[in-house]
Design a protein around this ligand. Structure first.
Ligand SMILES: *[C@@H]1O[C@H](CO)[C@@H](O)[C@H](O)[C@H]1NC(C)=O
Ligand SMILES: *[C@@H]1O[C@H](CO)[C@@H](O)[C@H](O)[C@H]1NC(C)=O
Ligand SMILES: *[C@@H]1O[C@H](CO)[C@@H](O)[C@H](O)[C@H]1NC(C)=O
Ligand SMILES: *[C@@H]1O[C@H](CO)[C@@H](O)[C@H](O)[C@H]1NC(C)=O
Ligand SMILES: *[C@@H]1O[C@H](CO)[C@@H](O)[C@H](O)[C@H]1NC(C)=O
Ligand SMILES: *[C@@H]1O[C@H](CO)[C@@H](O)[C@H](O)[C@H]1NC(C)=O
Ligand SMILES: *[C@@H]1O[C@H](CO)[C@@H](O)[C@H](O)[C@H]1NC(C)=O
Ligand SMILES: *[C@@H]1O[C@H](CO)[C@@H](O)[C@H](O)[C@H]1NC(C)=O
Length: 824
């Protein structure tokens, strides 16, 4: 078989691809899953898209998804016709050769390009024979960064067409405990809000997003092309007041340090604002608005300075002054009169800002220099390296420089390098209606310094990521990872030394030692958690690799000569070892060329049972029936089943018991003619043995653990439905351990659990109908089901079935109705 090669690269580079006009109507994305697992802020997301070519000729099928910019792609595979095509990460030059060859043969190539503020688009395509299927699977990894007191996991969903089997599953596992969790983003609003289920128990949280096909067409910003938007999960973890948490596994550790119960350090801040001609119009106006907000937020013990510049410098005042009411009033007057004119002398302006800070030494304070500009230096010193060198010498590591690049004309590389050389960061401010909020938001991140001169030391560890930080701000987090030399807890001793404001003893509870000159030491051997469990063992090592590569890439930007080459070499080696697609590497995907014409599993179209997974899915394909052992011979007492009722306001969920062989009303949705009943299993050690769904008068779906039967009207009977059915008003999808049922605005997942060799069913409402008239055990408040257990209840609404403590009460009080109302 001939093979073509496609390269996925972070830099689109030289080649303008001929955009293939794809005939979208001819292929069908029949399944689209996004699965994101976050463990200790490290998110691994897998996007799986299954596509069928429904035509009787071969078609080029496209896979196009958006992922966060901060993430590294670590895996891409395609399954076509029994073959797996794995992407291989290679050094850029090596991959480039194959790329060029493929393109010269006229073959298409995949690439990653930047879209909007936070996303990158990954695109590739493959030719699929008539009536064949392809599965695309993309994995990316990202260390979530804490900003303004929260972590943000952004999931972009844009399958390009409505998809019958669409779902997003998010699982968060944080040893420190989850403090709060919210679901935001365009996809969490209005008509889609009911498709989101969220569960949070102490250290774990789950978010499920299961919109029905109907909803995918009718939501905001959705249309015939289906959904297009973000699901954003925002959360924070509980804080240990001292050293934070340190996780250790297989010779690697990661340390999250974010003490919160500290006193803020007064700051000396100088704003250097570009007022050159290019700031004309909205940019200047937004800058004025942002400045006014920022001035309002200064604390009285802060000192500040304000200079504007074009080809010359305008001082509000020549030195820093206290942020008292009178000075703020005067500064606001000055700020509201900033107007654009002239050219851009960045060198002079920044050096003047440095001079002002240097001339204003103040004990127990944190100095910060913030530059806002929208263009290249055009007057005074214009040689970029010269400016960087001047600024670096003037600052001499005494305080951080933050550069805000406004709009797209700005030389962002220059600003980024200058910030990194001076312990700061650069941020792009997008020219948009919310630019003033972006400016203000950035300022808020650095508004509350809590520590300066933070030095993290780890005896007994090596190959550490960055350990010295000039400042630590409230709402942020310092993360350090490394390798433990001697794999023994006794010799591994982490410690943090930093400077804070002077406090009267006994300082704060966070600190175990207060030295002279407000030096603080944080140390706590209890903070170390050895991870021995089943949870992805390699994940701490990957956090280390991710951080190391990110920091080496930054170093490469700042260094020169052999040091630069060395940083680049190390970053490349690690990227290859951990299979990260970084700016130094590319992913090469080999794919089939031409079509293999023998059709072994040509799927039958129409009403007959259909295969919903390609045979090519290899390990993912269904592997026959699960075992379902016989009935135990001996008589048993009727079983009690414990139901769990989760309410957001109570610290513990409620639970109640139902005993005996009963049929329960699970859901009544009269306006849709939908009703769902479940038979509890009174003999076996299980939950429901059978669930029956009626839709209107003529459609019935009968589900047990072994088979699904669909009856439509008087005539059609489909026994032993293995994979699923797509009927006009109802979709049933059978996956490995769950059955997904969607009807109009309702979507239900029935999990198949196994206990002691017996299988049983657990229904969960993933998509609550909007209608108030819905009733039944699932139709009331958020209710989840659980199986009886003495001291607690097992939550079978979650695949991994965690155990919760609960308040046991009578069914009547929990449901606020007579139990008989739910029994048929
Ligand atoms: C999601 O991914 C995790 C980790 O790979 C896996 O354990 C889990 O079963 C997946 N969940 C689903 C719903 O596929
Ligand atoms: C494809 O199907 C159409 C309509 O069913 C038919 O007219 C056409 O000849 C078919 N083409 C091939 C290549 O079989
Ligand atoms: C830091 O932020 C937290 C949460 O936003 C807040 O409760 C606390 O008061 C802040 N600390 C200081 C010193 O401002
Ligand atoms: C540190 O990492 C480098 C390469 O990543 C490796 O060669 C070296 O052995 C590591 N050092 C230790 C002490 O493990
Ligand atoms: C970190 O700071 C400490 C103390 O200020 C210093 O001794 C050490 O050399 C610094 N380390 C790095 C890597 O800069
Ligand atoms: C992990 O270690 C803890 C205590 O150190 C122990 O209780 C637990 O059983 C261990 N888990 C596994 C999977 O070994
Ligand atoms: C739960 O709390 C929210 C706000 O905190 C409130 O609006 C809601 O009524 C409460 N629900 C119950 C059942 O008490
Ligand atoms: C809800 O049901 C009641 C009777 O069961 C009916 O009177 C009412 O119109 C229904 N409401 C809606 C919105 O369908």
């Amino acid at each position: 078989m001939e093979r073509a090669v496609v390269q996925i690269t972070l830099f689109g580079l030289l080649l303008a691809l001929a955009t293939t006009q794809l005939n979208k109507g001819n292929w069908d994305i029949y399944s689209f899953h996004i699965n994101s697992t976050v463990t200790s802020r490290y998110a691994t997301t897998v996007i799986t898209s299954r596509v069928a070519n429904r035509m009787n000729e071969s078609k080029e099928i496209e896979f196009q998804v958006r992922i966060p910019k901060n993430a590294f792609i670590s895996k891409f595979r395609m399954f076509i016709d029994g073959q797996v095509y794995d992407g291989v990460v290679k050094g850029k030059e090596k991959a480039q050769q194959q790329y060029t060859e493929a393109v010269s043969r006229g073959q298409s190539a995949g690439l990653v390009s930047s879209v909007g503020r936070t996303l990158e688009e990954f695109k590739t395509s493959v030719t699929v024979a008539a009536h064949k299927k392809v599965t695309f699977e993309l994995t990316y990894e990202e260390l979530l960064k804490r900003r303004l007191g929260k972590y943000v996991l952004q999931i972009h969903a844009r399958p390009m067409q409505p998809v019958k089997d669409f779902k997003v599953d998010v699982y968060i596992n944080e040893k420190a405990g989850i403090n709060f969790m919210k679901v935001k983003g365009g996809l969490s609003t209005n008509v889609l809000a009911t498709a989101i289920t969220r569960t949070q128990v102490d250290k774990q949280a789950w978010v499920y997003f299961y919109p029905t096909e109907e909803q995918q067409k009718t939501c905001d910003s959705c249309g015939e092309e289906g959904m297009n938007g973000d699901l954003v999960v925002v959360y924070d973890v509980n804080r240990n007041p001292s050293l934070g948490d340190i996780k250790k596994s297989r010779g690697y550790f990661v340390h999250h340090f974010a003490p919160s119960s500290l006193v803020s350090i007064p700051k000396n801040v100088v704003f250097v604002i570009d007022q050159s001609g290019s700031m004309h119009g909205r940019k200047m106006k937004q800058t004025r608005i942002a400045l006014l907000h920022i001035l309002n937020d200064l604390a009285e013990e802060d000192h500040f300075g304000l200079i504007t510049f074009d080809s010359s410098i305008v001082h509000w005042k020549r030195e820093l002054v206290q942020a008292n009411e009178q000075n703020l009033e005067s500064a606001k007057k000055f700020a509201s009169n900033i107007h654009e004119r002239g050219s851009t002398d960045i060198n002079k302006a920044v050096l003047e800002g440095v001079h002002m800070l240097n001339a204003h030494p103040r004990e127990d304070s944190a100095s910060i220099l913030i530059l806002l500009t929208d263009g290249d230096p055009t007057s005074g010193v214009t040689n970029l390296e010269q400016i960087q060198s001047n600024v670096r010498m003037a600052i001499a590591e005494k305080f951080p420089l933050y550069c805000l690049g406004f709009g797209f004309d700005v030389n962002f590389d220059f600003l980024e390098k200058m910030s990194l050389q001076n312990n700061g960061v650069a941020r792009r401010i997008y020219e948009d209606s919310d630019a003033d909020l972006q400016l203000k938001g950035f300022y808020e991140e650095v508004a509350t310094p809590l520590l300066t001169d933070v030095t993290m030391t780890y005896n007994g560890a090596t190959n550490l990521t960055q350990t010295n930080f000039s400042q630590y701000y409230n709402g942020s987090e310092i993360v350090v990872a490394g390798q433990i030399t001697d794999n023994s807890i006794e010799t591994f001793t982490p410690q943090v030394i930093a400077i804070s404001v002077r406090l009267a003893p006994p300082c704060t509870p966070a600190v175990i030692f207060c030295g002279r000159h407000n030096m603080m030491m944080f140390s706590d051997t209890n903070a170390i958690v050895e991870s021995n469990g089943t949870e992805s063992d390699s994940h701490i090592q990957r956090v280390w690799a991710y951080l190391t590569v990110k920091q080496l890439l930054e170093k490469e930007l700042v260094l020169s000569g052999s040091e630069k080459e060395n940083a680049k070499k190390q970053a490349l080696e690690l990227s290859l070892k951990y299979s990260f697609v970084t700016p130094l590497t590319s992913m090469v995907v080999t794919k089939p060329q031409g079509e293999n014409t023998d059709v072994l599993h040509k799927p039958k179209e129409g009403e007959t049972p259909e295969e919903f997974r390609p045979n090519a899915a290899g390990g993912q394909a269904f592997s026959g029936r699960r075992s379902h052992g016989g009935f135990p011979g001996k008589l048993t007492l009727p079983r009690s089943h414990r139901f769990l009722l989760k309410t957001e306001n109570l610290s513990l969920p409620l639970c109640f018991d139902v005993t005996g062989d009963v049929r329960l009303k699970l859901l009544r949705h009269p306006n849709r003619g939908l009703s769902v009943n479940g038979d509890l299993d009174s003999v076996q050690n299980g939950g429901f043995r059978r669930i029956v769904i009626h839709l209107k008068a003529d459609l019935l779906v009968d589900i047990d653990t072994r088979e699904i039967t669909v009856r439509e009207g008087q005539t059609l009977s489909i026994p032993k439905l293995k994979r699923g059915a797509y009927l006009s008003s109802l979709t049933v999808i059978r996956r490995d351990k769950e059955i997904d049922v969607a009807a109009g605005d309702t979507r239900m997942v029935i999990l198949i659990h196994e206990k002691d060799g017996n299988e049983f069913l657990w229904p969960i409402l993933r998509q609550k109908p909007l209608d108030n008239n819905v009733s039944g055990i699932l139709g009331g408040p958020t209710i989840f089901m659980s199986f009886f257990c003495r001291a607690s209840a097992v939550d079978y609404s979650i695949v991994s079935s965690p155990t919760h403590d609960c308040w046991l009460m009578s069914a009547e009080s929990a449901l606020q109705r007579r139990l008989d109302d739910f029994i048929i």
